[in-house]
Design a protein around this ligand. Structure first.
Ligand code: BEZ
Ligand code: FE
Length: 299
């Protein structure tokens, strides 16, 4: 059957999709095709532009390796990852049992490409960045549930770059983990560890996504932050960051990950006795942050 006009073509494609047996797949494909056809008509897309888009996606795929995921970077820099994170968190909190949401859970943000599973388990108070470049920082706080009850034994999986914004995974030949650890809260829900005060850094810009980011006139940087995955049985896991207040790029994160509630004032401290009793011979920073976990929906 011939297609008399572009709108009729859209209707014909949608009629075929309407036969998809899986209802969720049907919804996803219907909306995707509707919006894609609308986009093509709205911008009056030329064949050359469509081919450039196909070449861009092809190059994005070819840039992926077991150490580099250019499609996730694309999703991050288009704000798509953050949209998905925000919707997932809103869905989880809407599903929480009644009366269990006195205070909302800690806000989530993007995971990013530098998570490395299986970080060493460390004692509370350990220095997790021994030998790593950067100014020392003491991190501490509590984990509670959303009704304010302290949570013991909560797992915190922590990772960051060094004080110059470089992750261990980015260092050629670096086989061992740096500035990463898994810690568990004590009986009062407290956690503490030493690491470094993280610096801002650029995302990888030498691939097709870098070209796209430059093309829209966006700088490539993320503000200083340290990553956390916070998890406990019966609760909704949170993947998030603590951001360094006043870090360059805090207002213009290239992956849109900053949320005001995650920004922390790192306090400058002079050498001397640190809050955990450690004798510091150099200046250092302290950062305090409390995490809140929401109860998971009963299944
Ligand atoms: C990161 O925070 O590690 C990151 C997140 C998204 C893209 C690139 C890096
Ligand atoms: Fe990061």
């Amino acid at each position: 059957m011939s297609q008399p006009d572009p709108l009729q073509l859209t209707r014909t494609v949608l009629e075929r999709i309407a036969k998809a047996p899986d209802p969720r797949f049907r919804v996803l494909m219907t909306t995707l095709v509707t919006k894609l056809h609308e986009f093509i008509r709205e911008v009056d897309l030329t064949p050359e532009e469509w081919m450039a888009a196909i070449e861009f996606l092809t190059a994005t795929g070819k840039t992926c390796t077991d150490k580099r995921q250019e499609f996730i970077l694309l999703s991050d820099t288009l704000g798509a990852s953050m949209q998905v994170v925000m919707l997932a968190q809103a869905r989880a909190s809407a599903a929480a049992p009644d009366g269990m949401q006195a205070t909302p859970a800690t806000e989530a943000t993007v995971q990013g490409p530098y998570y490395w599973e299986g970080a060493p388990e460390r004692e509370l108070g350990s220095n997790i960045a021994e030998g790593v470049r950067g100014e020392p920082a003491y991190y501490h706080g509590r984990v509670t549930d959303t009704s304010g009850q302290p949570m013991a034994g909560v797992l915190l999986d922590v990772w960051s770059g060094d004080g110059e914004g470089v992750y261990d995974m980015q260092i050629e030949g670096q086989a061992e983990m740096l500035a990463r650890a898994r810690l568990r809260t004590d009986a009062e829900g407290r956690y503490s560890f030493w690491s470094i005060r993280p610096s801002y850094y650029p995302i990888p810009m030498d691939g097709p996504v870098g070209k796209m980011v430059s093309g829209i006139g966006q700088h490539p940087n993320r503000p200083g932050h340290i990553h956390f995955k916070v998890s406990a049985p019966g609760h909704v896991d949170i993947t998030t960051h603590i951001f360094v207040a006043n870090s360059p790029y805090i207002e213009s994160d290239v992956v849109y990950g900053v949320r005001d509630s995650l920004i922390v004032e790192f306090q400058p401290r002079s050498p001397g006795r640190a809050p955990d009793g450690r004798e510091m011979t150099t200046p250092y920073w302290t950062a305090e942050y409390d995490f809140r976990l929401a109860p998971a929906r009963a299944s």
